[in-house]
Design a binder for this molecule. Sequence first.
Ligand SMILES: [Zn+2]
Length: 110
Amino acid sequence: VTDDDRRARLDLTERVGRALAELGLDRHVAQARRYYAALRAGREPAKDGWTHEMIVEWARLLRLPGHDVYPVHPRMHRCCERPKTFTSATFPGGSRHHCEACGATWLELD
Ligand SMILES: [Zn+2]
């Protein structure tokens, strides 16, 4: 990880942490803080803790600017002819869904 990457990761972690705090997800905020502290100190993140990938995924779920990569569909969205869908994540305000038949991933908001 270069210095620039690290700065970008710290910045994203801060934004994700703030968004999680606004949702009242205190345990998640604690995880984000722990990851942030390790990254900032140049340590490896805790083995049982959050990773950069998890921070990025939360940025996507919460659709932070630059990370709104998942399409948003109304509830009970039908993605293909024979959908095999499951809910792959839930969070305050919405959920992420995946279809094993067509490979689509999307968000449904409450
Ligand atoms: Zn599908």
